[in-house]
Ligand binder design. Sequence first.
Ligand code: ATP
Length: 379
Amino acid sequence: MLQTAPPNADLTGRESEFDVELRKVFKVFNGETAVRGVEFGIRRGEFFSILGPSGCGKTTTLRLIGGFEMPSAGEVMIRGQSMTQVPAYRRPVNTVFQSYALFDHMNVRDNIGFGLRLKNLSKAEIQRRVDEVLELVKLEPLASRFPKQLSGGQRQRVALARALVNRPAVLLLDEPLGALDLKLRKQMQYELSSLHQDLGVTFVMVTHDQEEALSMSDRIAVMRDGRIEQIGTPQEIYDAPKTPFIADFIGDTNLFEGHVERCDATALVIRTNAGLELLVDRSQADQTERLDRGSAVVVSVRPEKIDLHLYPTETTHNTFEGRLAHTMYLGTHIQFTIKLTSGAVLTVRQPSNLAEHPALNTPVFVSWSPTHSLALAAG
Ligand code: ATP
């Protein structure tokens, strides 16, 4: 079993609850703030992802943990110790870069052992540890090949092995699967998750791929404009996004802008800007901001929560007529684009074994339950 760095106690002798902790961290580059007061704690053994659109500050946040950047303000803690005075090479972390950064003139074995040779470990110890990780990432048969003789997935495994051979407390992964094609990416997602489970090492991964983050992580921090917009489990982020930005960024959704027309103890009635009346269950109203009559809101309805009917339904709320504008076959599902009579365009997803398929341009009816939509305060 691969060993990792021993846990450190902080100056008070207490063991920290977190492997990595960011305390109100800011990073300013030439007057431009890339990271704005980011705060979070990553628990030991967690698979934690930092997700967000291009330029939101996720790589900078990872580099601040790795020590490749120093905070302009705030503090990075690893295992209870401040990293302010600790350079990158002395931190108990290793990084796997998207580019892999392998040495072309060294074979797989030498690439993996490179860091250990710098540490002046004995030849026998280096060989033992390299063998251990070669087995872990299933690269033993390729140990004497050079990077150019490897596939993308194999190169990615060498990069992983090279980081893991140092037995880091925390493994930092910067878009680790970004250079792989879709099929290989799926396979490596599975391998990376299994490796994480087997090792129990804390993984911190940066990705802009929401599906990747949802499928692999214990928790996800979604960043926007240098700030953390929400931290939660994949299910919390998907089912209970805190803001319209998260609802839109994570998975597909239909968003309706409008305002609260009426509300009581059980439901909110929302009037959308296009004139639709939507009913949202009270339990699905914004948990952080209080919504009252007149509040500007965005209603989010996931495509898979909408039912499609060929005939009018008996339900009286959240049911609308439209025409089928487009059909897209997605394997297990079919995605329908529906143009409502009001002009709004809806995306609806149904299992592909649906009994009856509507034809293009035919009238259709959509409906959804008040518990299957979310009303969020407009940003
Ligand atoms: P991407 O997904 O495109 O890699 P990101 O979310 O990882 O984006 P960062 O690379 O962290 O974003 O960049 C955040 C902001 O900081 C960007 O506006 C970027 O231009 C800026 N930035 C990052 N590194 C530097 C640097 N070394 N010097 C100046 N500006 C930088």
